[in-house]
Design a protein around this ligand. Sequence first.
Ligand code: 13P
Length: 262
Amino acid sequence: MSTARTLLLAGNWKMNLDHLEAISTVQKLAWALRDAKVDLTAVDVVVLPPFTDIRSVQTLVQGDKLWLRYGAQDVSRHEPGAHTGEIAATFLSRLGCTYVVVGHSERRADNHETNDVVAAKVKAALGHDLVPILCVGESLDQREDGTHVEFTLAQLEESLAGLSAEDLTGLVIAYEPVWAIGTGKTATAEDAAEMAAAIRGWLREIYGDSLAESTRILYGGSVKTDNVADILVSDDVDGALVGGASLSGPDFAALCKAAVGQ
Ligand code: 13P
């Protein structure tokens, strides 16, 4: 389904929707995408449900041959073994997951995930053929004191420590300014473009042209049907990581339709 830098619209459900709700949400999403005639060869539409929903989503997607991908919101940095409560990357691969979110700001805040831990999770995901969606982004203080680019690039560098350009083929980076998540405050299209360009420039400097040109950079933070097209105007912004607006199938389908400009 994907070629390099195919538009990516990923719905991060966070801790919402149980496995029964997941089934009906994915069904409604698939129907609404079909009814809206969204060209699914031009866009990767992805759902990222809670772990307990993934088996149900897999059964539906495979059984009904839906043109959707799915993934998880986190992954263990460990291989299978004595790590109570953790979910190994290999388990997610075996459930047909394509993507996994790593280093979301809510996990960094709620679970004290450091950049070192995030880097280990990126490595674990890549080691099991999962595409990490690595989240980075500044707080309001950093935005207000003008250190947002410096902070975000440092976070990115530390979250990719020890990984080579070859290791990182297929990586997705999501720029999610913490102050714009779930607040209704969206970064402007210019803010998103500025950071995406800075991230791509940094990738070019550190890893070379090939990785810089092939890496998809998403924006996340209060993305909705009525602002997604603006956010995607920049050539450096390759998609969106969507929270609240992905929880209803029809709403997420409408957002996808607006994003592909149909
Ligand atoms: P909202 O779209 O609800 O602001 O969430 C953004 C987000 O954190 C996606 O990962």
